[in-house]
Design a protein around this ligand. Structure first.
Ligand code: ATR
Length: 273
């Protein structure tokens, strides 16, 4: 019997890779009393979920995914600094009847990029201006990058850039995006079977690092185009892995066994290809 439970909540949630990642971590560290499950929570059931969580004595952590990352905030007792600035929570830690919210997505962004580039002083183009983009821009600015935001709706790019004191570009300006050392897609463009890329023709070049937050499919059109011109690609699965590793530490108090977690995730991802 598991003594400590962790959950991922979302709607839909059945395809979440979080159970695979966290369970692999428990197994690698021999944490036999820990168990991780996925729970579908409809938007209207979120307040009741939070109330039950406050009363539960076995749940040690909750991963929060779409569409709850913003709505959950008003139901919590405390937010850590980054979650408040980003305006989204992907992690809840219950503690003595109180619920603390964190955001580990920005850590996932930085850890995913760490092996391939030094962000300090680097020019980074962020495509998109939604919730995911806020976590990217927060993390990138923390790391000392010079960020320019590009978005289909320019007003939203301006709002995001103002919030984090960075620049705005035009999404159609391939030459400007091409000058960036790192290009990050935070939009949903490229998800599923869609053959679309979020950047215009000519925006990618050799020597760039191209990072796609979309991880389904594993090889998006953006990443295939990037590899074809000789850019270094960073898959969305790396962000997923590292945001989960940061959660694992918050939930269990133990450093995450990242290699074993990656291996378990990639086994599932590659089986689908
Ligand atoms: P998330 O929380 O996942 O970031 P979101 O807040 O809805 O989701 O943001 C989605 C982002 O993807 C937005 O930047 C959106 O652009 P708009 O602000 O113009 O809506 C972008 N996006 C979604 N579909 C897009 C498309 N087909 N082309 C370009 N951008 C798109």
């Amino acid at each position: 019997m598991a003594r400590y439970a962790c959950l991922v909540i979302g709607d839909p949630v059945e395809h979440s890779l979080s159970p695979v990642l966290h369970d692999a971590g428990y197994e690698a560290l021999g944490l036999k009393e820990w168990k991780y499950a996925a729970q579908r929570v409809l938007p209207e059931a979120l307040p009741a979920f939070a109330a039950n969580l406050r009363r539960s004595d076995d749940v040690r952590g909750v991963s929060v995914t779409m569409p709850h990352k913003e709505a959950i905030m008003s139901l919590l007792d405390e937010l850590d600094g980054p979650a408040a600035l980003i305006g989204a929570v992907n992690t809840i830690v219950p503690d003595g009847g109180r619920l603390r919210g964190y955001n580990t997505d920005w850590l996932g962004v930085l850890e995913a990029l760490r092996p391939v580039c030094n962000l300090s002083g680097e020019r980074v183009a962020v495509i998109g201006a939604g919730g995911a983009a806020r976590a990217f821009v927060y993390g990138l600015v923390q790391a000392g990058a010079k960020v320019t935001v590009y978005n289909r709706t320019p007003g939203k790019a301006e709002e995001l850039a103002r919030r984090f004191d960075c620049a705005v570009g035009e999404l159609g300006d391939a030459a400007a995006i091409r000058e960036a050392g790192v290009v990050c897609n935070t939009t949903s463009v490229g998800m599923g079977d869609g053959p679309a890329s979020p950047v215009p023709e000519g925006a990618l070049r050799a020597g760039q690092v191209v990072f796609d937050a979309v991880y389904n499919p594993y090889e998006t059109k953006l990443l295939r185009d990037a590899a074809a011109v000789g850019a270094t690609v960073v898959h969305g699965t790396e962000m997923l892995l590292h945001q989960a590793a940061a959660q694992f530490r918050l939930f269990t108090g133990r450093a995450a066994p990242v290699e074993q977690m990656r291996a378990a995730m990639m086994k599932v991802v590659l089986e689908k290809l």
